[in-house]
Design a protein around this ligand. Structure first.
Ligand SMILES: Nc1nc2c(ncn2[C@@H]2O[C@H](COP(=O)(O)OP(=O)(O)OP(=O)(O)O)[C@@H](O)[C@H]2O)c(=O)[nH]1
Ligand SMILES: [Mg+2]
Length: 199
């Protein structure tokens, strides 16, 4: 987090807080789709267009990036919060890219692919995030692909993750990234967790 008081005047001046948040998860779990949905839902707070670095087939090569500015009351003044949001590449061979683009994060949204055949890839990717993110980094888990009947449900995913990672994530949110279902809730939950930590 970069926290810049706009002025050293004794009168209350707006404060600028800059946060970096990333989507992390296995390949094709819905990270980019989630970012695009959040970019659309919060379009009036967006600072610019979404930047994409993708293969010709639409796979994330480096990341997709967008930024928002939210202004919230803070005592007698306001705080401007600039959120830098990236969806990282999920392909296993791009671990270095992921680690580079994900440096110095304030929080992460882990997108789990809940279809049964992707359980192992999701577990592996979550383990990778746990090794990568500094202890205490707020993490929200999206239980994605909830529109697929055979998908693991959020309660089950939470129980599975708790067997190894209890206390390392804030909560599990059921999502369908393609319809935008709950992706804004997951994003706001993470923002709240990050801001509570900064206090
Ligand atoms: N049915 C369904 N499809 C989804 C959901 N989320 C994403 N998809 C689809 O899954 C595919 C992969 O989604 P992306 O958002 O590109 O996945 P990604 O995690 O960014 O993938 P990489 O960048 O390659 O790691 C796309 O065809 C999406 O439309 C979901 O909740 N339900
Ligand atoms: Mg992607």
């Amino acid at each position: 987090m970069i926290n810049t008081p706009s002025s050293s005047q004794p009168t209350a001046q707006p404060t600028l807080v800059q946060l970096k948040i990333i989507y992390w998860g296995p390949a094709e779990a819905g990270k980019t789709t989630s970012l695009m949905a959040v970019a659309e839902i919060f379009s009036r707070f967006r600072l610019d267009d979404v930047i994409k670095v993708q293969t010709t087939a639409g796979r994330t090569l480096w990341n997709e990036y967008t930024a928002f500015q939210f202004t919230i009351p803070s005592g007698s003044t306001t705080t401007n919060i600039v959120v830098h949001l990236s969806a990282l590449t999920g392909q296993e061979r791009f671990l270095n890219t992921r680690e580079f683009a994900g440096a110095s994060i304030d929080g992460a949204i882990f997108v789990a692919d809940c279809r049964p055949e992707f359980a192992q890839a999701s577990a592996r990717s979550f383990e990778e995030l746990m090794a990568f993110a500094p202890l205490g980094t707020p993490v929200i888990v999206q239980a994605n692909f909830q529109d697929i009947p055979a998908s693991m449900r959020p309660q089950k995913l939470e129980a599975v993750l708790n067997t190894r990672w209890k206390g390392r994530f804030v909560k599990v949110v059921p999502t369908v990234a393609t319809t935008g279902l709950n992706v804004s809730a997951a994003f706001l939950d993470l923002l709240y967790a990050v801001l509570c930590k900064q206090k």
